[in-house]
Design a protein around this ligand. Structure first.
Ligand code: IMP
Length: 207
C-alpha cells in the first residue's frame, strides 16, 4: 500500500509493506540539467577509495578532516567504509560568497573544532577541488599548525579550472567537467545539499 502522508513539514510516500517513508522532494524535476552520478555510483566509488586509503594508512593513525559544509555527506559515507584507526575534525574553509558561481580568490578558515593535528597524518576530505585555492591554503594552514603530513581526498575534481597546477589530490572519486555542480553536499546559494545524487545545475535556476 503506497499512500502520501506528511512527516514533519515534508510530503512523503508511506510504504506500509516495508514500513518506511520515502521522501518526495519539492525541487523542480528539471533542477539538474544532467545527472552525473547516482547514489549507487557514489557508494561504489566511495568503497573503492576507502579500501585504498585503509591500505595506505595501515598502522598509522589518521585525522579525518571534514571541510564544512560541502563534504559532510561524502565524509559520513566514506568514514563508515574505512578500516583504519582515526579521529574526526571539522573545519570551515570558504572561498565562495553568496550567490556567485565564481571563486573570490580569498579563503576564510574557521575552526569548527579545536584541531588536534600536531604530529598527525591529516587527510582533508573535500567536496570539490576547483581552482585549488581552498586546498592550497588549507594545506599550508595545517602544516603551519604542526600536521606531520597532509593529503587530500576529494569527492569531485574539476581539473580544467585549476589555477594551482601543482595541487594534485591523492584520492579523487570522480572528475567533473567545467560546469556548476550540485547535490550530495554541494550547494547553490546554500540550497540543494540534501539531494542524494550529483548533477549539473540547469542554468535557468542560476540567478
Ligand atoms: P576552489 O578553492 O576553487 O578549489 O573551490 C573549492 C570550493 O568551491 C569547494 O569546496 C566548493 O565549496 C566550491 N565549488 C567549486 N565548484 C563548485 C561547484 O561546481 N558547485 C558547488 N560548489 C563549488
Amino acid at each position: 500500500e503506497i499512500m502520501p502522508s506528511l512527516v514533519g513539514s515534508e510530503m512523503c510516500i508511506r510504504d506500509s509493506i516495508n514500513n518506511v517513508f520515502w521522501r518526495l522532494t519539492m525541487y523542480p524535476e528539471d533542477l539538474m540539467e544532467k545527472v552525473l552520478f547516482t547514489e549507487e555510483d557514489i557508494q561504489k566509488r566511495t568503497l573503492e577509495l576507502a579500501k585504498e586509503i585503509s591500505q595506505d594508512y595501515k598502522e598509522k593513525e589518521i585525522v579525518l578532516l571534514c571541510t564544512l559544509k560541502g563534504a559532510i555527506l561524502f565524509f559520513s559515507d566514506l568514514v563508515k567504509k574505512l578500516d583504519v584507526d582515526n579521529t574526526f575534525e571539522f573545519i570551515r574553509a570558504s572561498s565562495y560568497i553568496g550567490k556567485t558561481t565564481d571563486t573570490s580568490g580569498n579563503v576564510r578558515i574557521t575552526n569548527a573544532t579545536s584541531l588536534d593535528i600536531k604530529n598527525k597524518d591529516v587527510l582533508i576530505v573535500e567536496d570539490i577541488v576547483d581552482t585549488g585555492l581552498t586546498c592550497v591554503r588549507l594545506t599550508e594552514y595545517l602544516l603551519a599548525n604542526g600536521a606531520k603530513s597532509v593529503e587530500i581526498c576529494t569527492l569531485l575534481d574539476k581539473p580544467s579550472r585549476r589555477v594551482y597546477k601543482d595541487l594534485k589530490p591523492k584520492y579523487v572519486a570522480f572528475k567533473v567537467p567545467d560546469c556548476f555542480i550540485l547535490g550530495y553536499g554541494l550547494d547553490y546559494d546554500e540550497k540543494y545539499r540534501d539531494i542524494p545524487k550529483i548533477g549539473v545545475i540547469n542554468p535557468k535556476y542560476i540567478k
